[in-house]
Design a protein around this ligand. Structure first.
Ligand code: GTP
Length: 264
């Protein structure tokens, strides 16, 4: 699905960073932090907002779905609820996505990154046809990396951790793009435990065996399955609030973009 990557139109820059995460993981705050970092460190970036329903963003978007599609009008016109409205707006935008790609192509020499914010309801992007169309359009033209933002304090619970990893894993297999896990909110809880659990499934099993439920047995079995998934990704701890880990995050993105250039 990303065969175009080898065509002569393929660009080395900018690197597209598609940011996804469960509601409340801190996606928007993290993007705000990344934008602030690009401003102070001479990194040249664009920001793209793909959430038609967001009222205010803490950062200015260079390309904004809201400039093209009126979410409220779409809801009225097609008699849809909030999620149907977001999905239909995204579908309408996806039909014009070649124009978006050309805008970025024209600016390619002046840009290092394009940071892409996705709708708050993660599945609207990750499981929709338009999400797939947009992702493929990016990936066939530029090196593209997916960032999955994790709420670290919540992931201290082994079952929540496993749910998050299964979701991230499904995104990796669906997009087949390099994946960076951003363990956010490390100002509240360090992500060391997560690195340990990913490196050593026995450590994870020991933690989850403290919970004597059926899901804990399932969780323990799944930890073995996910071992290979863990080998295929990069993890960094970040704090959108304090700014910790942002440089390490950009290093992980660079390494992932290199991997993209070699493998796709
Ligand atoms: P939706 O856009 O609604 O999906 O949410 P989101 O994932 O974008 O999360 P948002 O950025 O709105 O953050 C959710 C909550 O987490 C807010 O109260 C933030 O202030 C808080 N938060 C985000 N990042 C951090 C962080 O690094 N540390 C701490 N302590 N809180 C954070």
């Amino acid at each position: 699905n990303i065969e175009g990557a080898s065509s002569s139109n393929f660009k080395r820059k900018p690197v597209i960073i598609i940011v996804v995460g469960m509601a409340g993981s801190g996606k928007t705050t993290f993007l705000h932090r990344l934008v602030a970092h690009t401003h102070t460190s001479n990194i040249r970036g664009y920001v793209m907002n793909l959430d038609p329903a967001v009222l205010t963003l803490p950062f200015g978007a260079n390309i904004d779905i809201r400039d093209t599609v009126r979410y409220k009008e779409v809801m009225k016109q097609f008699n849809l609820g909030p999620n149907g409205g977001i999905l239909t707006s995204l579908n309408l935008f996806a039909t014009k996505f070649d124009e978006v790609i050309s805008v970025i192509e024209k600016r390619a020499d002046e840009l290092d990154y394009v940071l892409v914010d996705t709708p708050g309801q993660i599945e609207i992007f990750t499981w929709s046809a338009s999400g797939a169309i947009i992702t493929e359009a990016f990936a066939s033209t530029f090196p593209t990396v997916v960032t999955y933002v994790v709420d670290t304090p919540r992931a201290e619970n082994p079952t929540t951790f496993m749910s998050n990893m299964l979701y991230a894993c499904s995104i990796l297999y669906k997009t087949r793009l390099p994946l960076v896990l951003a363990f956010n909110k490390i100002d509240v809880a360090q992500h060391q435990f997560a690195l340990e659990w990913m490196e050593d499934f026995e450590a994870f099993q020991a933690a989850s065996s403290l919970d004597h439920s059926y899901t804990s047995t399932l969780t323990q079995s799944l930890s073995l399955v996910l071992d290979e998934f863990y080998q295929n990704l990069r993890s960094v701890g970040v704090s959108a609030v304090s700014g910790a880990g942002v440089e390490a995050f950009f290093k992980a993105i660079e390494a992932s973009a290199e991997e993209y250039m070699e493998n796709y």
